[in-house]
Design a protein around this ligand. Structure first.
Ligand code: AMP
Length: 220
């Protein structure tokens, strides 16, 4: 099963990606998480490049396409992706989507998480993250068992630097400008029937969205 989750920041993609990848035992490939974690041995992440990337992320902009396609290409060619994968945060531009087609990285499902900008802005300020694992929480909608601590490791949770309102507005702007054309690209691709495209209402409880995803992924 090869799945792409598309949606604006704060639409709950990351939370559902975690649940769905566990359910189907496929790797959850979040490009944002890959960029946030440090890979000292990764040849693509020399100190200077890494500093640049962090700067781009903190200002709410997109990391350049060449770097992203190299990153994803290396990741998808690993053995654990043999039976499928879930992409959360890639492709985010038409060029990235076209790269996948060119290199014959086919997918079965594209799921769009639909949510308004105003809901995203309200939601995102309550988001907390465990950097090492990428697990995300929300102080109101999905709180950790112990306030401020990751459920599994007990380590401290932090707020992402790019989760402030000004940066969120920039990320939403980029989503509308660069990623919405990707939605249209896959809607069009789904006419061939090889890809199934679904839009889901992301302004619901985590459990409701999860149930819908399971029904879509199983029944079709
Ligand atoms: P996310 O965790 O998915 O919200 O991603 C955090 C940030 O990482 C984004 O705002 C971008 O700066 C960067 N990023 C993640 N995935 C991509 C991508 N596919 N293309 C370009 N930039 C990306």
């Amino acid at each position: 099963m090869r799945i792409i989750f598309l949606g604006p920041p704060g639409s709950g993609k990351g939370t559902q990606a975690h649940l769905i990848s566990n359910k189907y035992n496929i790797p959850n490939i979040s490009t944002g998480m890959m960029l946030r974690q440090s890979f000292p041995k990764d040849p693509y992440q020399s100190h200077k490049i890494r500093k640049n990337i962090i700067n781009v992320m903190h200002t709410g902009n997109l990391v350049n396409d060449d770097f992203m396609v190299q990153l994803i290409n290396t990741r998808i060619n690993k053995n654990d992706c043999y039976n499928g994968f879930l992409l959360d945060g890639f492709p985010r531009t038409i060029l990235q989507a076209e790269f996948m087609k060119k290199y014959k990285i086919f997918v079965n499902y594209v799921i769009e998480f639909v949510i308004s900008d105003s809901t995203v802005i309200n939601r995102i300020t309550g988001r907390r993250i465990h950097i090492n694992s990428g697990r995300t929480y929300h102080i109101q909608f999905n709180p950790p068992k112990i306030c401020g601590l990751d459920d599994i490791t007990g380590e401290s949770l932090t707020t992402r630097k790019d989760d402030c309102e000004q940066t969120i507005r920039k990320r939403l702007h980029n989503y509308h400008q660069y990623t919405e054309p990707v939605l249209n690209y896959y809607r069009h691709e789904s006419k061939s029937k090889k890809i199934q495209y679904f839009s889901i209402d992301a302004n619901r409880k985590i459990t409701e969205i999860y149930k819908e995803l399971i029904s879509l992924l199983i029944n079709k």
